[in-house]
Design a protein around this ligand. Structure first.
Ligand code: CA
Ligand code: CA
Length: 130
């Protein structure tokens, strides 16, 4: 991270410092936003798969664990989290909004076949093979 400026601790100096940063074209984040800027979610082997899974217009923090094929998603709308087992070791996570409902769908790619969750009731069982 690059230091872009130091804001004095004194309230009056803080205000001047913020005004200075804003006038310089630098976006100043609120302290609350900064406090939420770091989230521990996932382990070293996980693959980050951020997307809007709950459809509230904001990206959800999410990881895919290749060893178990498990998805761990923090819903930005509620702050709650969900897990979903979908995939096997070797699969490539390919989340996207495949049905157009503005919610990202969990999906994996395996040897030319796309497995979209939840599986549909048609004969294809949610698997698209191209
Ligand atoms: Ca979201
Ligand atoms: Ca969708």
């Amino acid at each position: 991270m690059k230091t872009i400026g130091i804001i004095p601790r004194h309230p009056f100096g803080l205000i001047l410092g913020l005004i200075g940063l804003v006038s310089a074209g630098i976006i100043v984040c609120k302290p609350v936003a900064l406090a939420r800027a770091q989230v521990d979610w996932g382990i070293a082997q996980d693959v980050p798969v951020p997307a809007d899974y709950d459809g509230d217009g904001r990206t959800d923090i999410a990881v895919y664990r290749p060893s178990t094929g498990t998805w761990f998603i923090i819903n930005s709308s509620t702050g709650g989290w969900r897990t979903q087992q979908w995939g096997v070791p070797g699969d490539i996570p390919v989340p996207g909004d495949y049905d157009g409902d503005n919610r990202t769908d969990i999906a994996v790619y395996r040897d030319g076949t796309w497995f979209i969750f939840p599986p549909s009731n048609d004969a294809c069982e949610g698997c698209w093979d191209y």
